[in-house]
Structure formats: C-alpha cells, structure tokens
Design a protein. Structure first.
Length: 301
C-alpha cells in the first residue's frame, strides 16, 4: 500500500492485490464515487437514508419516499442497498429498485429515471437532473415477501425470562424501587430478588426495530424519529411532555433515545401493564414480526 502512497488506518478493510489475482478471484467490481469529506468543494456529495419496506398484502406495500430539491443541473447516482444474503441470519434478497419522478407545477409527476427491480445486493440508476423538485421512490414487487410467508408458523417465542438478582435491594431501599423501574441505569423490573429481562430473541427484534427507525443512521432516535414511530403505533403525534419524559427517564444522548433506552421503554411498558405480554406483541406484530419473531412483513436497510 505504501508503494501507491496509501496509508490505511488499522483494520479499515483496505488491501492491496495484483491485477492477475483480481481477475482470478473476483467476477464483478463496483467502482465507487467517494465523497471528499472535509473538502471545501467536494466533487461528490453523499447522503444516506434508511429504507424500509412493509408488506401488508399483494397490493399494500409501503416504503418511504424522499423529496430532493435541485438548484442547478447535476449528475446523480441514486441507489438502494440490502443486507447481503450470505450473512448469517440474513433473509433472501428482495427484488429492489429505485424510481425518480419530477414534481410538476400542478403536482403531477413525470417519470425521469428508473432502475427496474432486481433481486441483487444493490440496484441503482444514474440520472442527470435539471433544477426542480424530484420524488425518489424505492420499489419492490413484494413477491419475495409473499414467498416468505409460506415458511412462517414456527413455535411461539417467549418474550420475557426471569432470573435471580445477584444483588437484590436491601430492606431499606426496596420500598423505593418500583417494579418497572427500567430507566437510565438500564435496570429491569422485578422486586423480591427476581429480575425480568427480555429474551434474546425479543432483544434482537427490538434492536432491529430501533435500527429501522434510525433514519439518519446516527445511533439515536431523535424527536422526529420518535414522533414517526408514535404516529405509526399510536396514530397520534408526540407531545412535548411525552418527549421530555422519555428523554429524562430513559437512557438518552443529545436529545435522542439510545438503543438501550428504547428497550428500557418497552420493559417499562411491560411492567406498567401488569406484565401483559400483548403490550409488546402488539408493536412487534405491527412492525412485521410473527409470533415466532420471524420478520416476515418488513425489511430495512
């Protein structure tokens, strides 16, 4: 690497190999347009957003759409990516694509570009856009969702497990601890030396839901993202009082709920409902899981 003037950081994924080895071991290559971070006038500007498909039947597939405003003529590469199906636990590829529509003055739409759908790791379209507003729509036919439903119906998963608390509260402090005090200290509920915890399967599902909601990929659920989730699950907007309560009570950073805080919210809901598991199942099913916690009805990248 030093011979070509590169000084990679430790374990950054970069490596050097001769062209003959490339031809022998690889059958396809992606040439990336790398954003020049920190440059005053970068040649390429890169933006990433989370994409989530939710399947509600053959004619009910929902996905986020994005409006972009172009101030001057420019060239864009717009792509959608999905998890590599070779990874452990990964689902088979969906047929994915992306369509670009120009928003007309009368709010009708004109097709500008489309990649078409293909069941591959990524799909993209290259397009030259004039000034104006455009709607970017990730697409899928949903046929892979329908195929996946044929393999559902595994055994139900237990949501919560109990264990003995290695450090039970003393008599002097036990009265001050509520059964569902899952807050900034990360603790779960359960007095009397018994601690309730989500099962590993539920923990993984809640972590995945957090990842799906984290649209800007910053590792936090900010006000807008929390409000979107509340509109999805409760059909109402989040009030200032609820937002302030969440941020103050549960683990948060810079005004955003952390992944630990998000799971603690659900433990609090579970304990506050009198340990009613349907309180948790309601949102898990709404977010695309079946009772075996197979994610059948939604995909996110």
């Amino acid at each position: 690497m030093a011979e070509v003037g590169a000084e990679p950081a430790e374990d950054d994924g970069k490596f050097w190999m001769c062209f003959d080895d490339v031809m022998a071991h690889f059958f396809s290559i992606n040439v990336c347009m790398v954003a020049q971070h920190g440059s005053q006038h970068p040649q390429w500007v890169e933006k990433r957003r989370k994409v989530s498909f939710t399947y509600g039947g053959e004619d009910q597939i929902s996905a986020p759409m994005y409006i972009i405003s172009v101030t001057q003529k420019c060239e864009m590469y717009i792509s959608v990516h999905q998890e590599d199906e070779r990874c452990e636990g990964a689902k088979p590829y969906l047929d994915i694509g992306v369509t670009v529509l120009q928003i007309q003055p009368d709010y009708s739409y004109k097709l500008v570009a489309s990649s078409g759908n293909s069941a591959e790791r990524q799909n993209q379209t290259q397009v030259t856009l004039k000034s104006g507003q455009y709607l970017v729509v990730p697409t899928t036919t949903g046929c892979k969702f329908a195929q996946g439903l044929q393999y559902s119906g595994g055994p139900p998963v237990a949501l919560v497990q109990e264990r003995e608390d290695a450090n039970p509260p003393s008599a002097s402090t036990a009265g001050s601890l509520s059964a569902g005090a899952a807050g900034k200290d990360g603790g779960g509920g359960g007095g009397g030396g018994v601690v309730r915890e989500f099962s590993p399967e539920v923990t993984a599902a809640l972590n995945e839901i957090f990842r799906r909601l984290d649209a800007d990929l910053d590792g936090l659920l900010l006000r807008e993202e929390l409000n979107t989730f509340m509109q999805m699950t409760e059909a109402c907007s989040m009030s200032d009082e609820v937002y302030d309560w969440l941020i103050q009570k549960f683990d948060s950073f810079n005004g955003g709920l952390t992944q630990d805080g998000f799971r603690a919210v659900y433990m609090y809901m579970f304990e506050s409902s009198g340990a009613d598991v349907e309180t948790i199942w309601r949102d898990l099913i709404y977010m695309g899981y079946d009772r075996s916690l197979d994610l059948l009805y939604a995909r996110t990248w």
